[in-house]
Design a protein around this ligand. Structure first.
Ligand code: AMP
Length: 282
């Protein structure tokens, strides 16, 4: 496994790979890797000849007052995991490498239609930060393929959108959410849960699943379904931000049968997000 700290050195290696007509895949991460991240890398290895994993805790996608400073940074363990699964290249830039200019005046990428709904409403500026860093990484690596987790569903749509709008020649793939045995979606932020909260946490997924099952059985009363699940989460000690049944492609009001149920809820110090895709029937 080769580790790169600079854009120049990474590009030199990638140029050789590209000259050999090999396909390059990129898996962007913020580190603190868990099995969910590793499934993305394995999926990339199946479809590409060389896989680049980037590890960079991007400050611009954290809103003021969020956990940028305390976000778990576990580089040594991350590199060990990546080595064990034979990752080809790891890109570990520092802040200056990615943002050589004043971070406040750097060029930004915005996907307006998804920027300020759901997570964007509660984390203003978050998706601008995501879209900007992902575009930067795409320009540095110039991958043929990039893989993102479906766990961050809105993020995946933001990236699909920017790739389409900017005509980037990159194939974007989604990877299914990896869960703990009790259904909780794996996340670096699960570490913020206390022992009791950890036992409560799977209720978020259970609530979404229950809604999905009801829709699959023909229930079309989405408003009541949302209301009911929202209050049961509240009763259990969660502070839900949103829990909505929406169109799976636009996140707007459902107009066809392809739906996604999106949710974000605080439990103690952890902000949990989850989603389930579902199809309604006429
Ligand atoms: P992060 O380091 O949290 O920014 O995540 C890096 C990538 O891993 C993103 O594309 C996430 O959507 C994806 N990811 C995070 N958690 C999971 C999970 N439980 N299952 C699948 N992919 C995940």
């Amino acid at each position: 496994m080769q580790e790169f700290l600079t854009i120049v050195s990474l590009r030199e290696s990638l140029a050789k790979i590209r000259r050999a007509d090999k396909k390059i895949a990129l898996v962007p991460t913020m580190g603190n890797l868990h099995a969910g991240h590793l499934t993305l890398v394995k999926q990339a290895q199946e479809i590409a000849d060389a896989v680049v994993v980037s590890i960079f805790v991007n400050p611009t996608q954290f809103v003021e007052g969020e956990d940028f400073d305390s976000y778990p940074r576990t580089l040594e363990a991350d590199l060990e995991y990546l080595k064990q699964i034979n990752t080809d290249l790891v890109f570990i830039p520092d802040m200056k490498e990615i943002y050589p200019e004043n971070i406040q005046i750097t060029t930004e990428v915005i996907v307006p239609e998804l920027d300020s709904v759901y997570c964007g409403e509660y984390r203003p500026g978050h998706f601008k930060g995501v879209a900007t860093i992902v575009t930067t990484l795409f320009n540095i690596v110039q991958p043929d393929i990039a893989i993102f987790g479906e766990k961050d569903y809105q993020q995946l749509l933001v990236i699909r959108s920017l790739v389409k709008n900017l005509n980037l020649p990159i194939h974007i793939m989604g990877s299914p959410t990896l869960r703990e045995s009790d259904g909780l979606a794996m996340s670096s932020r699960n570490k913020y849960l206390s022992e009791t909260e950890r036992l409560q946490a799977p209720l978020l997924y259970k609530s979404i699943k229950k809604m999905a099952t009801s829709i699959e059985k023909g229930n079309k009363d989405y408003k009541s379904l949302q209301k009911e699940a929202f209050s049961s989460l509240k009763d259990a000690g969660f502070k839900p931000e949103y829990l909505n049944i929406c169109d799976s492609k636009t996140l707007k009001k459902p107009i066809n049968q392809e739906l996604v149920i999106l949710a974000a809820a605080w439990l103690g110090k952890a902000r949990l997000i989850d989603n389930v895709a579902v199809q309604s029937y006429d």
